[in-house]
Design a protein around this ligand. Sequence first.
Ligand code: AMP
Length: 358
Amino acid sequence: MRVGIFGGGQLGMMLGEAAKKLGIACRCFDSSSDAPAKKVCELIVGSYDDEEAVRDFAEGMNVITYEFENVPTKAIEAVMKDHKVHPPLKALQTAQDRLHEKTLFQKLSIPTPLFADISSKEDLENAVKKIGLPCVLKTRRMGYDGKGQIVLKSNDEIEKAWGAMNNQALILEQFIPFDRELSILAVRTEGGTVSFYPLIENIHRNGILHKSTAPALNTKGPLTDQAQQAAMKIMSELLYVGVLTIEFFEKDGILIANEMAPRVHNSGHWSIEGAVTSQFENHLRAVTGMELGSIEITQPSVMFNIIGSVPDLSSIENNPHIFIHLYGKESRAGRKLGHVTMVSPSEELIARMERILE
Ligand code: AMP
């Protein structure tokens, strides 16, 4: 079995690691010859605009998948004629545009922040009146890790925000003063079998995921039901195959959907050590038509991202409860360079990791 993956970042690398276990050969396509996935996958370096290169990459693959949302849809369309692509193009197109994403949530009666399409300064002024302050002005496309968004706290800030962002398609969203941020990872096969990992609690710093706790505390019952129903509705609507992630704000017992990712996700990295079958393995199982593996949790886990630069990790290196994953990327502010998962973590261990990361 051969799987082609658009993108060769750390998610591609971890898909490649899981593929080895399953006897699947992976080939990644990336614009950089330094892509982390090259450690474990065949790497094809090329431009997504080069249709011939994209087709050559797909040649001989049984199925094509992707590991980042901003894969140009033209590249997917170029390989769709001759190859199966999972998850479906519609899922990618929806996730690439916050307006389409929130419109889908609304259509499926999944709670989501109030939102408005913004094409002019008048639109923005009217939408701020309707949605209320505070609110968040975001780019519709290419936003990730909190990039491309400005929180508006007063009417005086409208002018400046408009000036800074008006060269792109925009959406205005209600600001949710959430109690917690939670995510769910669901996986669906072509035949419609669905498994859900437990709800995960996520803490972001400067818009970037800092820490994920799995399972999130006190989420059994209504919260889990809401998350699973939302995932089920989206997957059925899109005839989805593979892992789907939905990120929510929890406010007064209600889950409000912020965004979806049609791919394996940073908040599921703990599953490599903390679940019987990792998100990476189950994604590959789903897209290649294999039966899903058990999503049962083996041990509670906490995952920390290593961002910007790699700290001295020597004091935790030999701890049997700690698993360090480094992606081999060069240091850069705000860049995800690796992650550390602690299984059966103690308060002391978590505090130690926080200190190391400080
Ligand atoms: P996003 O790029 O939409 O995932 O946003 C990154 C982070 O910004 C989220 O994880 C939240 O912590 C925060 N954020 C984004 N949108 C909102 C919102 N409408 N209300 C409150 N916080 C938000």
